[in-house]
Write a protein that binds this ligand. Structure first.
Ligand code: SF4
Ligand code: SF4
Length: 636
């Protein structure tokens, strides 16, 4: 948590994450309302705001999904407050319908800012989405800071802009800014005292003539382009008056371009870094285009600037003289993150500069150093309840002559894709349930395998409910399994409606999963401890061989929460050992290979299993699965 950032006073220079800079910027903007759905790389924004919200009278919430987060923030802005919603790029896909409608209708007199953290290279995502073209498509204003200082300072500006022009402002950042630390200087935090008032004079709908609203919206965006962005000091140019190569960039590309120009001593290269992404400052761009014939676009994910600027350049008299380089020419990769190597490679190639990279020996040394870090394979933690649940699903399918398959989506349970390849789908939040609902109706066309839909507890509330209603409504034959580890574990243990805690940690209402399942019409609902392997296999087998839809809630807290609790209370972790006289070794390997717990290690010297005391979390599941009763609890 960024305590220095959130509690520091004006003038302090602090070291913080890009997300912490944005959260501080929101305080300095005088926000009174913030909502988000957790998702890496954006989660720290609301987490840090929640830290100070009580003391400053700010309302914060982890909403059930990103669309709801945007809508509750819109209500606050409509009532005259400054409101912020934050999310990762997948969340923006969920929000789009509401976003486009609010862009048309306006959102009243308050300020409404949406921060979206994109994840180039999909470090913690299933796709690489670019929020810039989506913001442009939705007719909202898009800003993109290049540095941590700008990330903080641009937020109050975004709110001013939103209120002055009545437009939603989307602030885009990418993983390298969101998740890296850099110093920045803090500003004053005001004491906002706006009262929320329902403004009856401003309806939030576009009836009866949405196209008129659309025309007005375009006029406002045009005013912003001319009055604010053409001369905006957020944009930056460095380089000679007539550069032999003009680099046009945004976001983190600014740093890479700068460093590459310095390393290559390419004094004749100019860099135009744009922070006002939509609407783009056409005059400013044209002025720089007129001064150069070669243009390189350095940007992450989509060729957004490249497409927009090239279409702008087509109107110039000398349009046939331009040479454009970027993602279309192959000088910059069309996927993944940008980095300094891409910038150096592209500029040196275009400019014919010989660049002497670091020596092979240096690279080898760096690789050796990297190899010292412990390797982490893509699997569940020791003692994870999801491993136990998947093991039972695997065994139940085996018992059913191998018939059955699993659809799922995103969360830490997605690692089921690597667990005996058991999870066969991983699309958007809740999509596994929708797919299962479809598969469950295909028996009439000859599909003779049962389908199991798996979902996490937070995902259940986020987007699974409509598809679960569909299963009940259409009488689709599906076994729905909810992995309830009592937190949004993958993104940092944020609470959800099943836990009954607010973003600030205070106790609020609990909305139990099983009550909702009952309410939407499931007649067969079981709540099982996934560590009870025999009962779990039995229940899953019964469900997949039954004629009606079953819902199973596997409830057991995340192993990391158990661990934290033990450390806090001083309670020792139970210790388990393998009796070498009983282990049947090579013939078995159930604990180390089939169950695949990282703490059940295969000892090649003795050709038997052993338990790594450091890794073991003391769940005791291996005791149940060992056919030779070779694993027992030991005295500490
Ligand atoms: S070794 Fe056994 S007790 Fe320890 S975490 Fe793995 S399954 Fe659980
Ligand atoms: S499951 Fe039991 S018998 Fe099999 S390898 Fe592990 S300890 Fe040995």
């Amino acid at each position: 948590m960024g305590y220095d950032v959130m509690f520091g006073k004006a003038g302090d220079v602090v070291l913080g994450l890009g997300n912490e800079a944005i959260a501080r910027g929101a305080l300095e903007a005088g926000i009174q309302f913030a909502a988000a759905y957790p998702g890496t790389p954006s989660s720290e924004i609301l987490g840090n705001l929640a830290l100070v919200s009580k003391g400053l009278g700010i309302y914060t919430e982890w909403s059930t999904n990103e669309k709801v987060a945007f809508e509750v923030a819109t209500a606050a802005a409509w009532s005259g407050l400054r409101a912020l919603a934050s999310m990762k790029q997948n969340g923006l896909f969920v929000v789009l319908d509401s976003l486009i409608n609010v862009a048309f209708s306006g959102h009243g007199k308050g300020g409404l800012v949406l921060v979206v953290a994109d994840d180039p290279l999909a470090h913690s995502s299933t796709t690489e989405g670019d929020s810039r073209p989506l913001g442009n498509y939705s007719d909202v204003v898009v800003l993109e800071p290049f540095t941590h200082q700008q990330a903080k300072d641009i937020i109050p500006y975004a709110f001013d802009l939103s209120e002055k022009y009545g437009l939603v402002v989307l602030v885009r950042e990418t993983t390298r800014l969101a998740q890296s630390r850099a110093p920045f200087t803090l500003g004053e935090v005001p004491n906002p005292s706006r009262k929320a008032v329902f403004d009856h004079s401003i309806p939030l709908h576009n009836l009866p003539r949405p196209h008129i609203r659309h025309a007005e919206l375009h006029q406002r965006l045009e005013r912003i382009r001319k009055k604010e962005f053409e001369k905006s000091s957020w944009n930056r140019y460095v380089g000679p008056r007539n550069p032999s190569l003009l680099v046009i960039t945004s976001g983190t590309g600014w740093k890479y371009a700068n460093e590459a120009v310095q390393l290559l001593s390419a004094k004749d290269v100019g860099i135009l870094a744009l922070a006002t992404i939509s609407p783009l400052p056409h005059k400013l761009i044209l002025k720089h285009l007129k001064s150069a014939n070669k243009v390189l676009f350095l940007e992450e994910i989509d060729p957004y600037l490249e497409t927009q600027v090239r279409s702008l350049a087509a109107d110039l008299e000398k349009s046939d003289q331009f040479k454009f380089f970027g993602k279309f020419s192959g000088h910059i990769p069309s996927f993944g993150e940008c980095n300094i190597d891409h910038a150096i490679a592209a500029i040196s190639k275009i400019q014919g500069i010989k660049y002497k990279p670091v020596s092979r020996a240096y690279i080898a040394k760096a690789e050796d150093a990297a190899n010292l870090a412990p390797r982490r394979i893509l699997t569940f933690c020791p003692g994870c309840p999801h491993r136990a649940a998947y093991y039972s699903i695997h065994r139940a399918i085996k018992k059913n002559q191998g018939k059955g398959f699993v659809t799922g989506d995103i969360g830490c349970y997605s690692l089921g894709a690597f667990y005996h390849d058991i999870m066969r789908s991983q699309l958007s939040m809740g999509a596994g349930v929708g797919l299962a609902s479809g598969f469950g109706k295909l028996d009439q066309f000859g599909l003779d395998e049962p389908v199991i839909a798996v979902m996490g507890d937070s995902t259940f509330y986020h987007a699974c409910l409509p598809a679960l209603v569909n299963i009940v409504y259409t009488q689709s034959k599906v076994t729905s399994i909810i992995f309830d580890n009592e937190s949004t574990a993958m993104t940092g243990f944020q609470p959800h409606p099943g836990i009954g805690l607010a973003a600030t940690g205070e106790k609020i209402t609990t909305v139990p999963i099983e009550n909702l399942l009952k309410g939407i019409g499931f007649s067969e609902i079981s709540v099982i401890d996934p560590f009870d392997i025999e009962k779990s296999i039995d229940r899953i087998y019964k469900a997949i061989t039954a004629n009606i839809s079953h819902a199973i809630v596997f409830r057991r807290e995340c192993a990391l929460i158990t661990n934290r609790r033990r450390i806090k209370s001083g309670e020792p972790t139970p210790k388990y050992i393998v009796d070498k006289d009983k282990c049947i070794g090579e013939k078995c390997k159930i604990c180390s290979v089939q169950f695949n717990c990282p703490a059940c290690v295969w000892d090649s010297e003795t050709s038997m299993a052993k338990i790594d005391e450091v890794l073991c979390n003391g769940c005791g599941v291996c005791v149940q699965i060992c056919p030779a009763k070779a694993i027992t609890k030991a005295k500490r």
